[in-house]
Write a protein that binds this ligand. Structure first.
Ligand SMILES: *Cc1c(COP(=O)(O)O)cnc(C)c1O
Length: 372
């Protein structure tokens, strides 16, 4: 049988093993230990920030704690990017918040600042309390953070930056994950580097970091017995997994280079077909190209490509289904311009792993070309 090609599988070097072995030797098989502290410090160093970094067990739990630390309460409205993965929004519901969706602009496929301001003004006129704004760097492409953070300041609404899939991406030479009042990065198995499962919360002060660790460790009050005055969670990262993360950080630059090379390879091979579009980097933006996404001319043509790849054991996936069309969010308000629906109808994520060989890429391109 021909080799199955996955969308974005984990890519380990073997070097992770030395950190895992060290955790075993020291018997720190726990959500505490030196790998966790060092992983946090090394990540902060990579994204070149003096902000505080907290290692957690997933990107989703990091978004949950970000919303909680931002002060989102039951009944608060949280403005969320419409074009994203459900994990950006589900934590709003954990806190009893009310998501309101804002569509994307065409340059980056991320939250449209113009629509965002319309949404803010209308909700405020309605007398609603706006608890936070969740903005996403979809597929690694930075959102228009300058404009969005300005709106956050102007209307005094905390910005939560979902950089789950954008580790290594930059905007005006500044790393994604450093723009929000709170920022989140994921190390799930399909991301650019992985800890098998894991996440990072980035916040502004030591006090916030302590609070995050408090909530992530069952909200245990300072007492010799178990004392609890608030709801807690079990969200800290395992020291063993932090070790995997340290090994993966060593090759992050290479992983970014390879994902960007995948994108270029696809672009060069497919642009002559006259029927496939890709998203270019706007000025000042640097994408880690976590996933290479293409746009066909119609839903029908996109499906033709997706089915042809699937028949050859090659995984591809339509772009995010917009949140306003998801049954779970059907009661939510949204501010739409047609962009997210169009991306969902025509867009496809191609295999983008950093372990793809030239032969793999050529095979994929051959199959796509056979559809034309
Ligand atoms: C992967 C992802 C998440 C969730 O991260 P997990 O670590 O899987 O919980 C959230 N938002 C976006 C945009 C993602 O791509």
């Amino acid at each position: 049988m021909v080799k199955k090609i996955w969308l974005s599988p984990p890519h380990l070097t073997g070097e992770e093993q030395k950190y895992i072995a060290q955790a075993f030797e020291e018997n720190w098989i726990a959500p505490i230990g030196t790998h966790i502290d060092k992983f946090e410090a090394e990540l902060a160093h990579y994204i070149n920030t003096s902000k505080k970094v907290v290692a957690l067990n997933s990107g989703t739990s990091a978004i949950h704690l970000a919303l909680k630390l931002a002060g989102v309460k039951n009944g608060d409205v949280v403005i969320c990017q419409d074009f994203t993965f459900a994990a950006s929004v589900n934590p709003v519901l954990y806190l009893g918040g009310i998501p309101v969706f804002v569509d994307s602009e065409k340059d980056t496929w991320n939250m449209c600042p113009h629509l965002l301001e319309i949404a803010i003004q209308e909700r405020l006129l309605n007398g609603e309390k706006l608890g936070a704004i969740v903005v996403v760097h979809s597929y690694g492409m930075p959102a228009k953070m300058k404009e969005i953070c300005e709106l956050g300041k102007k209307y005094k609404i905390p910005i939560i930056e979902d950089a789950a899939s954008a580790l290594g991406s930059k905007l005006e030479k500044k790393y994604c994950g450093t723009f929000g009042d709170f920022s989140v990065i994921s190390f799930n198995g399909n991301k650019i580097i992985t800890t098998s499962g894991g996440g990072i919360l980035i916040c502004n002060s030591e006090e916030q970091k302590e609070k995050a660790i408090f909530y992530a460790s069952q909200a245990q009050e300072k007492a010799p017995h178990y004392q609890h005055a608030e709801i807690g969670y079990n969200y800290r990262l395992s020291n063993v997994l932090a070790g995997i993360g340290r090994g993966q950080l060593e090759v992050l630059n290479k992983r970014v280079q390879k994902r960007r090379a995948n994108y270029l390879f696809y672009k060069n091979a497919l642009q002559s077909l006259n029927g496939i579009d890709v998203l270019e980097e706007p000025n000042g933006m640097f994408s880690n190209r976590w996933l290479t996404c293409i746009l066909a001319t119609s839903f029908k043509n996109r499906e033709k490509i997706r089915r042809a790849l699937a028949a050859e054991h090659i995984e591809s996936r339509p772009l995010w289904k917009p949140m306003h069309t998801q049954p779970i969010f059907k009661e939510c308000s949204s501010y739409l311009n047609g962009v997210s629906e169009d991306l969902f109808a025509r867009g496809l994520c191609l295999p983008s792993g950093s372990s793809l060989s030239i032969e793999d890429l050529e095979r994929i391109i051959r199959i796509i070309k056979s559809c034309f």
